[in-house]
Design a protein around this ligand. Structure first.
Ligand code: A3P
Length: 302
C-alpha cells in the first residue's frame, strides 16, 4: 500500500473508531492541556519527552488552524525539489501517535520534516540542544478562532459546539485543543530573534506565496531555482490544494480545506467579541515583534 492509500485508510479508521464514542471521550487532558483522543495519547506524550531530534531535521511549529497543512505541503515540495522525499502517510506531527510510531521505529530518513502544535515549553529539549531550525507559523487570532470553530464542528472526531457564541469563550480562555492561542503567541514572541527560528504568518503567505517559498527555502538552506519556486507556489495555492485535497486528505479534505481566506472573522464576530480579542491582543502582544508581524491593525479591525 502506498503512503497516500495508507493515510486514507488511517483516516477511515479514525472516523470508524469515533462513531460510538461519547462527546466527552473525544478529548482528554494531559498536563492541563486538551488534546484530541483519536490521534494523541498519554503514552506518546511521555515518550516524546526523550525524543531524539537530528541536527538536519526541519521542524514546523504552528498553533492549530494557522496553516499547518499548507506549510507542511510547501516544506515537502521544497525538500522534494532537492531530495527524493515521499510524503508520510499522515501529518508528520511528533505528538500524533500514528506518526510517532514510525519515528520510534527510526525508519524516516534525513532530512526529516517534522511538525508539532505543542506549546514552546512542551517541545522536546533535544530540538533545542541540536539547534534544529524551526519554521513557526501564526495567523491572526480572529481568523484562527473562526477556523477552529468550524474544525470542531466539521470534524467527527471532535465534540460539536451548538453555536459560535458557545465556542468563542472557550477559545479566549484556552479551553481548546493544544491550549490558548495567546499563551503560544506569548511564548514564541520571546524567541523570534533566534537564528534557528523563522516566523511566517498565514496572511503574508497568502499575500506573497512565491516570496514566502523563497524565504522558507533560504532559511532551511535549500537552494531552489526561480522556476521551482514558481511551481511550488502554484501547487501551494488554496485553489490547487483544495482541488487536490480528495487525493491528499481523503475524507478529511473538506475539513482541512475550508475557505482559506483572510478576514472571514467579520462574518462571525459580534462587536463585543471583536473588542474582547482586541483587549487581549493589547495585553499580550501589542508593541511586540510578533504583534507587529501579525499586522493586527490591518487584518483584525473592522
Ligand atoms: P479556514 O478554516 O479559514 O479555511 P491547519 O492546516 O493548521 O489546520 O489550518 C487550516 C486552515 O488553513 C483552513 O482555514 C484552511 O482552509 C487553510 N488553508 C489550507 N491550505 C491553504 C492554502 N493553500 N492557502 C490558504 N489557506 C489554506
Amino acid at each position: 500500500m502506498d503512503n497516500n492509500s495508507q493515510f486514507h485508510e488511517d483516516l477511515k479508521k479514525i472516523l470508524d473508531a469515533v462513531k460510538n464514542v461519547s462527546k466527552e471521550a473525544l478529548v482528554f487532558t494531559y498536563n492541563g492541556v486538551m488534546y484530541p483522543a483519536a490521534i494523541c495519547d498519554t503514552d506518546t506524550f511521555k515518550d516524546i519527552e526523550s525524543f531524539e531530534a537530528r541536527e538536519e531535521d526541519l521542524m514546523l511549529v504552528s498553533y492549530p488552524k494557522c496553516g499547518t497543512n499548507w506549510a507542511i505541503s510547501l516544506l515537502y515540495s521544497i525538500v522534494g525539489a532537492k531530495y527524493k522525499k515521499e510524503a508520510p502517510s499522515c501529518m508528520p506531527a511528533i505528538e500524533f501517535k500514528a506518526y510517532n510510531k514510525s519515528l520510534k521505529e527510526n525508519t524516516v530518513s534525513s532530512p526529516r520534516i517534522l511538525a508539532t502544535h505543542l506549546h514552546y515549553h512542551n517541545i522536546p529539549q533535544s530540538f533545542f540542544d541540536k539547534k534544529v531550525k524551526m519554521l513557526v507559523v501564526f495567523r491572526n487570532p480572529k481568523d484562527t478562532a473562526v477556523s477552529f470553530f468550524h474544525f470542531y464542528n466539521n470534524n467527527p472526531a471532535l465534540p460539536d459546539y451548538d453555536t459560535w457564541d458557545d465556542f468563542f469563550p472557550d477559545f479566549m480562555t484556552g479551553k481548546v485543543l493544544w491550549g490558548s492561542y495567546f499563551d503560544h503567541a506569548d511564548a514564541w514572541n520571546k524567541h523570534l530573534d533566534e537564528d534557528t527560528v523563522l516566523l511566517m504568518t498565514f496572511e503574508d503567505m497568502k499575500e506573497d506565496l512565491e516570496g514566502s517559498v523563497k524565504k522558507i527555502s533560504e532559511f532551511f538552506g535549500m537552494s531552489i531555482t526561480e522556476e521551482q519556486v514558481k511551481q511550488i507556489a502554484e501547487k501551494g495555492s488554496f485553489k490547487y490544494m483544495k482541488e487536490n485535497s480528495g487525493k491528499t486528505h481523503g475524507d478529511f479534505a473538506e475539513i482541512f480545506f475550508r475557505k482559506g481566506d483572510v478576514g472571514d472573522w467579520r462574518s462571525h464576530f459580534s462587536k463585543a467579541q471583536s473588542h474582547e480579542v482586541d483587549s487581549k491582543f493589547e495585553e499580550c502582544l501589542a508593541g511586540t515583534k510578533l504583534g507587529e508581524l501579525l499586522k493586527y491593525n490591518v487584518h483584525c479591525k473592522w
